[in-house]
Design a protein around this ligand. Structure first.
Ligand code: F6P
Length: 489
C-alpha cells in the first residue's frame, strides 16, 4: 500500500489566511521547499482518517477561520486537509523564530565546509540565544508535542525541520504511541567548522537540539554527507553509538538515513506549458542576447553577492548577456539578514555599471513573483545561475531541468549550483549532464563557469538529468520516508 502521512508537524502552516473570511478570496498555499515536498503524501481527510497538519498560525486572519482549538478543514487541490494552527504571542515568536531558529540554528547548520562568517563580510555568526529566547523555543516545541499527543489512535508523526527539533524528544518523553519521524530540510553542520561558534553555551544548545532529534525512531537528512556529520555530532554530543542502520541511544535504535528531497515535476511542467515569457526575457531576445537567471529567497546562504561579483567581472571582460536576478523577501525583521541587503545592493550597483558599459540589460530586484513567472524564467534561461554557499538541497536546479525539458536538447540551459548544495552532491556536479558544481567563494572559477555556461559548456541539461529528477520526485521521497518510518518500530 502507498504510504501516506498521518500527522505532519511543521512550523509553517499549509497556508496562511491573509484575507478576512467575508472577502471570499482564496488564500494561496505557503511557498517553500518543505511544503512542495510534503504535499504529494497528504491524504484527503474523509471525516475520520487522512492527514492532519499542525503548524503555526501566522496569517493575519487565521483566527477567523479556525475553531477554538485552531482546527479547520482546508480545501486543497488534493482534497480536504484537516489542519490545526497553534498561536503564539509576539515575544514567544521572536524568541523561537527570530532568535533560536533563524539567528542561531539556521546560520550554524549551514557551516558544512567553510567558516562562512569569516569567508564573507555579511554572513552572520550564529548568535547564542538568550535564556528567554531559548525558553520560547521550548514553549513552541512543547505546544507542538502536546498538540500531537492530543491526536488519538497512535498515528505516525512526521516532524519537519530545525524549528521543531526538540519535538521528537518531547513526544518520546510523553509516551507518544506511534512511530516518530524527523526530517531535516537544511544541512547538518560540521562540528569542526562550527567550532568557533560553539563556545559559551552554544555547544549545550546544539547538544539539546541533537538530543531532541534523537527522540525520533527515524531521522532523515538530505545527503550522505549530512548523515555522516549528524552521526559524528550525535556521538560526540550525546554519546550515541553507530550501529547497524543508525545509532544506538540509551539502548534504543534510532534509524538515520539520507532522503534527498525532490520536486513535483508535473506541477513544474504544467506551469512551463502555460506560462508566458517574462518581458525582460523578450527584450533580451530582441537584442540577441543570452539570458542568465538567478532566482531564490534573499537569504545569506544563497551566495548572491558572490554571484553578482562574478557577473560584474564577466561584463568587464566584455562578455555580453542579460541578467535577471530576483531575490524574494524572506524573514523580514530578523536582524541577521540586515548586512546581506547592503552587500547585495553594493554588488548589484557594480554589476549594473559594468553591464551598462557593454550595453547589456541587468536586473537585480527584491521582489516576490508568481509561480508561473518563476517557471517561465527557469524555462527560458540560457544559464540558470545558483550559487548557494551551502544548501539542504536547492530545488531551483531541479525545477529548471524539468521546465527546460520542453526545449530541444541542443537549446537547453546550463545549470550552475554551489558545490555545497545538496543538489550538487546528489545529482553530481561534473557538468556532463548540464549541472555544474561551482565554488561561490572562488571568484575566478565562478566567472569561468558562467562564460562556459553561456557557450553551452560543459554540457546542456541532458535527458538523463531530467529523467533522474522525475525518478526522484517529491512523491517517491515522501513515500520512501514514510515506508521506512512504519518499519522503524
Ligand atoms: O527550503 C525551505 C526552508 O528552508 C525550509 O527548510 C524551512 O522550514 C523553511 O524554508 C523556513 O522558512 P520560513 O522561515 O520562511 O518559514
Amino acid at each position: 500500500m502507498t504510504a501516506r502521512a498521518q500527522l505532519i508537524l511543521a512550523n509553517r502552516a499549509f497556508l496562511d489566511h491573509e484575507a478576512p473570511r467575508w472577502a471570499d478570496s482564496p488564500s494561496s498555499a505557503s511557498s517553500g521547499g518543505l511544503l512542495a515536498a510534503v504535499r504529494p503524501v497528504i491524504a484527503p481527510w474523509d471525516g475520520r482518517s487522512g492527514t492532519t497538519w499542525i503548524g503555526v498560525g501566522m496569517g493575519r486572519y487565521d483566527r477567523e477561520w479556525v475553531d477554538e482549538r485552531g482546527f479547520e478543514i482546508l480545501d486543497t487541490p488534493r482534497g480536504p486537509l484537516r489542519h490545526r494552527r497553534l498561536f503564539f504571542g509576539s515575544a514567544i515568536w521572536q524568541g523561537h523564530y527570530g532568535e533560536v531558529a533563524n539567528s542561531f540554528t539556521w546560520p550554524l547548520f549551514h557551516l558544512v565546509r567553510v567558516d562562512l562568517p569569516r569567508a564573507t563580510p555579511y554572513y552572520p555568526a550564529p548568535v547564542l540565544p538568550t535564556e528567554s529566547g531559548w525558553h520560547s523555543f521550548v514553549v513552541v516545541n512543547r505546544a507542538f508535542a502536546e498538540a500531537a499527543c492530543e491526536e488519538g489512535g497512535a498515528p505516525s508523526c512526521w516532524v519537519h525541520d530545525y524549528q521543531l527539533a526538540l519535538v521528537p524528544g518531547m513526544l518520546r518523553a510523553r509516551g507518544f504511541g506511534g512511530p516518530i519521524g524527523f526530517f531535516l530540510h537544511i544541512p547538518f553542520p560540521s562540528l569542526a567548522v562550527a567550532a568557533p561558534y560553539l563556545e559559551g553555551g552554544s555547544r549545550e544548545r546544539l547538544r539539546a537540539i541533537v538530543e531532541g532529534m534523537l527522540g525520533a525512531d527515524l531521522v532523515g537528512l538530505q545527503t550522505t554527507d549530512d548523515v555522516a556529520r549528524f552521526v559524528e555530532a550525535a556521538g560526540e554530543l550525546c554519546d550515541a553509538r553507530p550501529t547497524a542502520g543508525g545509532l544506538s541511544v540509551g539502548g534504543r535504535l534510532v534509524r538515520v538515513g539520507a532522503y534527498p528531497v525532490g520536486i513535483d515535476p508535473e506541477e513544474v511542467l504544467a506551469a512551463a506549458k502555460r506560462a508566458k515569457p517574462v518581458t525582460r526575457v523578450g527584450m533580451a531576445r530582441e537584442l540577441g542576447l543570452p539570458v542568465v537567471v538567478g532566482l531564490e529567497r534573499g537569504d545569506f546562504t544563497k551566495g548572491i553577492p558572490e554571484r553578482l561579483r562574478a557577473i560584474a567581472e564577466a561584463y568587464r571582460r566584455g562578455v555580453r548577456f542579460a541578467y535577471v536576478g530576483i531575490a524574494s523577501p524572506t524573514r523580514e525583521g530578523v536582524e541577521a539578514y540586515g548586512a546581506l541587503e547592503v552587500a547585495i545592493e553594493r554588488e548589484a550597483a557594480r554589476a549594473r555599471e559594468a553591464a551598462y558599459w557593454v550595453g547589456c540589460p541587468f536586473t537585480q530586484v527584491r521582489a516576490s513573483i508568481g509561480w508561473d513567472d518563476v517557471v517561465s524564467l527557469q524555462r527560458d534561461a540560457d544559464v540558470v545561475f545558483t550559487s548557494s554557499l551551502a544548501d539542504g538541497m536547492n530545488l531551483v536546479p531541479l525545477q529548471a531541468a524539468v521546465a527546460q525539458s520542453l526545449r530541444p536538447a541542443g537549446e537547453r540551459a546550463v545549470v550552475l549550483a554551489g558545490v555545497d548544495a545538496g543538489v550538487a552532491k546528489v545529482y553530481g556536479g561534473d557538468g556532463s549532464r548540464g549541472l555544474r558544481a561551482v565554488d561561490p567563494l572562488d571568484q575566478e572559477s565562478l566567472v569561468a563557469a558562467l562564460v562556459e555556461g553561456l557557450a553551452g559548456q560543459p554540457a546542456r541539461i541532458s535527458d538523463a538529468f531530467i529523467a533522474e529528477v522525475h525518478a526522484h520526485d517529491a512523491r517517491s521521497w515522501g513515500e520512501r520516508f514514510l515506508a521506512d518510518l512504519e518499519e522503524s518500530c
